[in-house]
Design a protein around this ligand. Sequence first.
Ligand SMILES: CC(=O)N[C@H]1[C@@H](OP(=O)(O)OP(=O)(O)OC[C@H]2O[C@@H](n3ccc(=O)[nH]c3=O)[C@H](O)[C@@H]2O)O[C@H](CO)[C@@H](O)[C@@H]1O
Ligand SMILES: C=C(OP(=O)(O)O)C(=O)O
Length: 456
Amino acid sequence: MSTLTQDAARAGASVGLDGDRITFRGGRPLKGRIEVRGAKNLVTKAMVAALLGEEPSLLRQVPDISDVRVVSGLLELHGVKIERDTETGDLHLDPSNVERAHMAEINAHAGSSRIPILFCGPLLHRLGEAFIPDLGGCRIGDRPIDFHLEVLRNFGADIQKLSEGIRMHAPNGLTGAKVELPYPSVGATEQVLLTAVRAKGRTELRNAAIEPEIMDLINILQKMGAIISVDADRVIRIEGVDRLTGYSHRALFDRNEAASWASAALVTKGDIFVGGARQGEMLTFLNVFRKAGGAFEIEDDGIRFFHPGGELKPVVIETDVHPGFMTDWQQPLVVALTQAHGTSIVHETVYEQRFGFTDALVEMGADIELHRECLGGQYCRFGQQNFLHSAIISGPTKLHGANIEVPDLRGGFSHLIAALAAEGTSTVSNVGIISRGYENFIQKLEQLGADFTVEG
Ligand SMILES: CC(=O)N[C@H]1[C@@H](OP(=O)(O)OP(=O)(O)OC[C@H]2O[C@@H](n3ccc(=O)[nH]c3=O)[C@H](O)[C@@H]2O)O[C@H](CO)[C@@H](O)[C@@H]1O
Ligand SMILES: C=C(OP(=O)(O)O)C(=O)O
């Protein structure tokens, strides 16, 4: 069994997906209402933040996704008591008895998610040492952790790389530092936040990421007693405090899931009301969605995304850090762009290998050419290298059914919606991965009228 397949099986099993393969009969518009709950990219970090508190925390709107299960498992190994109500989405985390966990038990979670690297600061504060297994997450580039390790060294951590995982100590505790990131990495910014809040003295972070999920993590840390200020020029300042309490927080909605369903509505000529979606965090997406010919209506309790009839239009997009066009929105939108009249260009500047999913779309009839050059106006780290990180999509092209294998989370969702838009029957395998970030996607597809069979 390949590691990818193992990931998929683990993810699928954890959400009760009967099989790892779905056969779709395409051509029906997706119509109806679905709900999105807390963001995968916030909830998992908020769970780690609970480790820093001296009292229990309550996180609300937690989705039933496999990344949440992986992080719950790791927290439990460290003695955090977790109670979960999947119906309401309430998650109670009690960190009163944080303890050392066995390396072998932690290693059982190796390759499951990227979140374990964020345990470093909280565990160093609580226990003086931490062991971090090899990370997982989507294979959409090399995804090094050099910024994280550099940040932790700046705070005073002593780091040892082992054949499996990383071990670290902080014999003299952790002390605030001045840090400048080479690139506004989401994870490295969170690393600084989760470490600095209880470090001795002040921390100044330059070139920080400012994604909405990071702002919501800052909200949580402030509720716990942290002192954090955010300047307009990507500078975050943190004054370390001696103790933090628990928190009670309603998690920010998953804007990436919402954008994915929006693209599903566009490509299937459908009409989807995404309950829980909000305008503010999706401004950049909504502009592009409108330029591509999609329509939306913003309500107090969600956003209706629909194909208003007429032709879809080509767009030029460069993915970027917030407030730019989020890289996680790119893959589902590319499927819709195969139906636009004209040539679209997508320049991926966040990950060097995020177009692997397009092979399957080409097999289904899409006209997509990948290029090594930066096909966009902005500086990109991948330009002078051998990475196929720009795409030219010419449309409209009829999509027809095919047998395809899901490569990663967003690529997988893209394959589902391509199969739903295609003429004829498609079999999509390795679908368990999709449960990493899309709660109850099978039930949601059913609610929206998709025609499919889950196979064992
Ligand atoms: C669980 C989670 O929240 N995942 C999100 C998070 O991933 P993640 O936090 O892993 O993404 P980063 O923002 O850190 O990565 C951005 C870029 O920085 C590079 N880099 C990062 C760290 C490092 O130590 N060295 C380095 O070179 C990466 O290879 C990548 O090219 O932000 C990404 C960018 O918005 C999203 O696509 C992911 O959905
Ligand atoms: C890349 C993603 O996630 P992760 O960082 O968890 O792999 C994603 O959510 O699209």
